[in-house]
Design a protein around this ligand. Structure first.
Ligand SMILES: Nc1ncnc2c1ncn2[C@@H]1O[C@H](COP(=O)(O)OP(=O)(O)OP(=O)(O)O)[C@@H](O)[C@H]1O
Ligand SMILES: [Mg+2]
Length: 252
């Protein structure tokens, strides 16, 4: 059985894509078979894994019914990591879907096929909005992982997202659970980071994951080489912490 995790936060630039790519590579390092689904029209996860854009096999074709599951999956070249590449056409598809019946279930129905079972983990990279694409990700997922940038007011936007997850649970996906909240771009030396951490510990308690992802320049450099940080600088703090996150999620 695959574990489908939606990596979501409607705030932009909080580390969703960085988490998807590097958690995927880290899970693969623990010999898990991982599928990355790039559900963001920006397609940053796709380019960050070194895949071409546009890509002949892609998520738009799958959602539009032009290809089936196996016809949409590509190998990334990194062992244990496959992907359904993103597509800039997704933005238009989101508008087309809006008027269709069952619009919340498109991704779930196309992902939840027997062929998907060969993957241990499926990680969905969401766009920075709570629109129909993110709703589709939450409906298709078993759980949701929320990256939270370690900056002031970071917690404010979280209540919107938690409300949305509650609504998804009520209306479309009663089984969805919280994988947890992940503090990203954490810098222990900054008072601000420590304040956000204390706030998160108070308000989120067991929802807060133990792993902290540090601000690390290697994490921001790796995508321009089309590589997960593990394949770019295995010794970097970023690589170590994403491995730790993988371990934490596997052991839960
Ligand atoms: N831990 C980190 N340390 C240093 N830089 C980081 C870290 N995490 C992310 N970044 C950088 O911050 C920027 C935003 O990260 P990322 O693209 O992962 O966020 P996102 O939530 O996916 O953004 P969007 O909402 O636009 O999709 C990127 O340039 C990325 O390289
Ligand atoms: Mg992103």
């Amino acid at each position: 059985m695959s574990r489908i995790i939606s990596v979501s936060n409607q705030k932009g630039g909080v580390g969703k894509t960085t988490t998807v790519i590097n958690l995927a590579a880290s899970l693969a390092a623990f010999e898990k078979d991982v599928l990355v689904v790039d559900l963001d029209p920006q397609a940053n996860a796709t380019s960050g894994m070194g895949l071409p854009l546009p890509s002949p096999k892609n998520i738009h074709a799958l959602l539009a019914g032009l290809a089936d599951f196996d016809g949409s999956v590509v190998e990334t070249g990194f062992e244990g990591m496959s992907a359904i590449p993103g597509s800039r056409d997704l933005a238009g598809l989101e508008i087309d879907l809006a008027s269709q019946k069952g619009r919340e279930f498109f991704l779930r129905d196309r992902l939840r096929v027997p062929e998907m079972d060969r993957f241990d983990f499926v990680l969905i990279d969401c766009p920075p909005s709570l629109g129909l694409l993110t709703i589709n990700a939450l409906v298709a997922a078993d759980s949701v992982l929320l990256p939270l940038q370690s900056e002031y007011y970071a917690l404010e936007g979280l209540s919107h997202l938690l409300d949305t997850i509650r609504r998804v649970r009520q209306l479309w996906n009663p089984a969805i659970t919280m994988e947890g909240v992940l503090l990203t771009m954490y810098d222990r030396r900054l008072k601000l980071s420590r304040e956000v951490e204390a706030d998160a510990e108070d308000h989120l308690s067991e929802m807060l994951l133990g792993t902290r992802i540090p601000r690390n320049v290697r994490l921001s450099e790796a995508p321009s080489f089309g590589k997960p940080v593990l394949h770019y600088d295995v010794e970097s703090p970023g690589a170590r912490c994403y491995l730790q996150l993988a371990e934490e999620l596997i052991s839960r």
